[in-house]
Design a protein around this ligand. Structure first.
Ligand SMILES: *[C@@H]1O[C@H](CO)[C@@H](O)[C@H](O)[C@H]1NC(C)=O
Ligand SMILES: *[C@@H]1O[C@H](CO)[C@@H](O)[C@H](O)[C@H]1NC(C)=O
Ligand SMILES: *[C@@H]1O[C@H](CO)[C@@H](O)[C@H](O)[C@H]1NC(C)=O
Ligand SMILES: *[C@@H]1O[C@H](CO)[C@@H](O)[C@H](O)[C@H]1NC(C)=O
Ligand SMILES: *[C@@H]1O[C@H](CO)[C@@H](O)[C@H](O)[C@H]1NC(C)=O
Length: 237
């Protein structure tokens, strides 16, 4: 990793001097903060260098809730999120009865309801940090057996309730869920259980707690996040 850091330093230095020599033609001040800004964006992985990480889950499934709260949240605490296109797909093994369009969920009607609420949150708050925070809060309550108090998560994060309830009540949430259902049914290889983690189209099966290792291996960008410099296998025995 040391030579990579050295390389970034070289790039930084040459960018700064290129910037300095250009701007000194016009005026004699070097706007370092602006040079640092363009340097930062040059090193931030572009969307197509990022790794696609998709969590297929069921909102009331205990393993899904624990994974999301205990493991997945970590990507926001370290810098792994900077190389991720993280998507949440709350459907799992739910099933739609073609003859009456009713959805049946593994963990009952409350799960169908919360899957739909979370689908709405993902759609309304596109930025992943925002909907992840809300969903994390609900899954935390699920672990504590208090999922019926999920509406407290609006005030926990200072988020407005109206857009989510509008999405649910208008039937948009149901349409979003049907899309997630279709996407999940088309997974190849198919989903076997939840949580089902897919890294760039490749499911990682039972080893989901080690997802960071797969993400770091799949990453092709030049800026290696700190999180990838310290990952190691933690095999299940
Ligand atoms: C330097 O660049 C930053 C970011 O582009 C800008 O906000 C700031 O006003 C600039 N400062 C000067 C002195 O030009
Ligand atoms: C699907 O819906 C029809 C009509 O409501 C019902 O008769 C049937 O039992 C349902 N199938 C399943 C698997 O729930
Ligand atoms: C089920 O939903 C689909 C898509 O929203 C719709 O095209 C179809 O007419 C619905 N079927 C029934 C029986 O309501
Ligand atoms: C279902 O998913 C497949 C594969 O992702 C996609 O090609 C297809 O257009 C989807 N169908 C609907 C109705 O969204
Ligand atoms: C990630 O997903 C996007 C959007 O679905 C796709 O265009 C891109 O090719 C994927 N990247 C990889 C590395 O699979």
């Amino acid at each position: 990793m040391a030579h990579r850091k050295f390389f970034s330093l070289l790039v930084l230095t040459s960018l700064l001097s290129a910037y300095a020599s250009c701007s000194s033609l016009e005026d004699h001040s070097i706007n370092v903060s602006s040079a640092m800004e363009s340097q930062k964006s040059a090193l931030t992985p572009t969307d197509d260098q990022k790794v696609n990480l998709t969590l297929n889950y069921e909102t009331l499934n205990p393993d899904s809730a624990v994974f999301l709260v205990k493991d997945l949240k970590g990507v926001f605490d370290n810098d792994l999120i900077t190389i991720l296109n993280l998507r949440l797909v709350p459907w799992g093994k739910a099933y739609t009865n073609k003859s009456d369009n009713a959805t049946l969920c593994q963990n009952g009607p409350d799960e169908c309801y919360l899957n739909t609420i979370q689908a709405c949150a993902i759609d309304v708050w596109r930025v992943v940090d925002k909907h992840f925070g809300f969903i994390y809060c609900i899954e935390f309550l699920v672990i504590e057996g208090r999922h019926k108090e999920w509406q407290s998560c609006f005030s926990t994060w200072g988020l407005p309730q109206k857009p989510i309830m509008d999405c649910f009540n208008s039937g948009d949430g149901k349409k979003l869920e049907q899309k997630f259902g279709n996407e999940t049914r088309h997974l190849s290889p198919p989903l076997e259980f939840v949580p089902w983690l897919v890294v760039n189209n490749q499911p990682i099966g039972k080893d989901y707690e080690n997802f960071a290792v797969y993400v770091c291996k799949a990453y092709k960008g030049s800026t290696v996040p700190k999180a990838c410099q310290s990952v190691h296998w933690n095999p299940k025995t």
